[in-house]
Write a protein that binds this ligand. Sequence first.
Ligand code: HEM
Length: 459
Amino acid sequence: MTTVDVQTTPPLLSGAKPLIGHLLEFRGDRQALFRRGFQEHGHVFTIKLGPQPVAVLIGPDNQEIFFMQTDERLNIAKPYKFLEATFGQVLFIAPHDVYLRQRPLVLQAFRRQKMMHYVQVMQREVQRWLDSLGESGELELTAAINNLVQQVAGHALMGERFQQQVGPEFWELYEDLSRSLDPVLPPHWPLPRFRRRDQAKARMKEILQPIIAERRRHPEQYDDFLQDFVNQSYPDGAEVEDDVLLALMLGLMFAGHETTAGQAAWTIIQILQNPEYQRLVQEEVDAVLPPGREIDEQAMRRLQHVSWAVRETERLRPSADLLLRHVDEPIEAGGYQIPAGWRVMVAAEVAHVLPELWQNPERFDPLRYAPGREEHKQHRFSLIGFGGGTHKCLGMNFANNEMMIITALLFQQFELELLTADPEIRRGVGANRPSETWLRYRARQRTAAHEPEEQPEAV
Ligand code: HEM
């Protein structure tokens, strides 16, 4: 247990307005706010969001405290409570006992042996997208990757046939859920977007129920996350309820979709913005994936420059740029006391550019992860794009593989030119993404292996 022997709370950042504190600045440009706090006070300081004091913890030692405290001390569910009306009691937004009941199901679904199957799913969906592009043209990358990641998620979560036949409607309904997210307004107010959220959820349940019934009857015919959850039971032998299955699907769609889409798009953009590194990626892709070569485990391991670019994107363009906890029992950080009732926050975009950890920290330089430099190995909690400790992202390997496959296949098959020189970061409730980004593309070599595939059978 941490000894709390310090009585002073972290210093309050200048500029707090009566009643609203730093709320306007936070909503306007939260990263500028955190950077200002860091310059003014160093690694631990306080901001006020309305009347709520929030201690911002920066630097690997403080981040370790944030991630390694128990859920009893630093509560993860309370700050994310607003998600519950949309997604239900699922994973860390559920009460702690429900979370503990669900977590083994999810861990099981992400087990290592399933990953190669999902790598195949990713490859198939990425190839389908690339085949749809034709020989040359222009595309808006942010929307295109968002759509592609939906295809991969739908296929991996609920199966290829589901994705192709019910997927478009399901994802449209999901958009209604996503648009309803609001960390401020009470979620049951009679607003049109909250009504649409409830209608969308009811319709999604209607769509899923017969599918779940079919999955229970013929478990041997399916191989995806939904089937994994259907096949499992709780330790007392009870089967996983339909409502929980829906909540798990929605929770994983939320956790894994926009986050992955944002970082995947940024990976491509940043490689294209750095021609020297682009050359290294291209040489590697051409060597590891000559035309027609499928991606397998060995190829994944050899795509090192691609994987470093993906990691450098996690550092410089983290989709989840801030994480929150509610303080249920006081903690100490940086020599200050943080009392119960406060909130604590870590801010990846500031944490990831600390000059004491990273050489030339603002520069896109994936070779910093190469043997001989390995800057990320100085501290376990220096890179926090996927969180850390108890709640560390369960989909990290899934997402990293997906981002690598999208990047590798795109560079394998197309020459690309960035038409939007300097896309900006667009911040959302769920995740960040690049602003509209146009690319010009031209096909390199196409082979039989890249011919469009046959359509799968009907459900
Ligand atoms: C680039 C993509 C992704 C990023 C940046 C990301 C980021 C994160 C972060 C920062 C957390 C910790 C939240 C906290 O501590 O407050 C987290 C948790 C989680 N993520 Fe991801 N994630 C990504 C992709 C995925 C995918 C693809 C899935 C699943 C399909 C997924 C499932 C989860 C789950 C289930 C948790 C909760 C773990 C727990 O509390 O036990 N994530 N993610």
